[in-house]
Write a protein that binds this ligand. Structure first.
Ligand code: CA2
Length: 163
């Protein structure tokens, strides 16, 4: 029947990982002027909804630990079709995350809630950008929706005969 997505249909939808770095578990609790007032759980729910709308499934995670994020990026190699990553402060410091993302053979969207270029100079360099497919920053939580939409387009294009 048309328009009746059953469990089997949903299981066939490509899975994307959405990984979040240190302190993003504090969203909504501090600094709403910079990072918005929504919680991480609300962001996760919004991402799941945005992904559903474009035929994707999400695995949304947050860690305060660099090694855990490296492990998850490696896990994405076999488990995911694409990656959205907000590496938070590790963006600006982590060669390990750069190397892990570099090994991925899939679209990767780097996202930041704030416009890192309007902030302190130490936030102006990203170790992720050079190995990401695209970068979105300064749109708040909406940036995650944009990243998911962009990823869906990239995945659809890659599935085309000349993609
Ligand atoms: O703007 C972003 O998304 C950042 O990745 C957030 C990081 C920051 O270090 C980056 O330069 C830019 C910080 C995440 C900390 O999140 C908090 C949330 C609420 C309250 C305090 C911190």
């Amino acid at each position: 029947m048309i328009n009746s997505a059953n469990a089997a249909d949903v299981a066939e939808q490509p899975l994307i990982f959405i990984l979040n770095g240190p302190n993003l578990n504090m969203l909504g609790k501090r600094e709403p002027g910079i990072y918005g007032s929504g919680s991480l759980a609300e962001l996760e729910a919004a991402c799941s909804k945005a992904a559903q709308a474009v035929g994707l499934r999400t695995d949304f995670r947050q860690s305060n630990h660099e090694g855990t994020l490296v492990d998850w990026i490696q896990e994405a190699r076999d488990a995911a079709a694409g990656l959205v990553i907000n590496a938070a402060a590790l963006t600006h410091t982590s060669v390990a995350l750069h190397d892990a993302v570099r090994l991925l053979d899939m679209p990767v969207i780097e996202v930041h809630l704030s416009n890192i270029y309007r902030r302190e100079a130490f936030r102006h360099h990203s170790h992720i950008s050079a190995v990401a497919s695209a970068v979105i920053c300064g749109f708040g939580a909406q940036g995650y929706n944009m990243a998911i939409g962009g990823l869906a387009q990239m995945l659809a294009q890659a599935g085309q005969p000349n993609g």
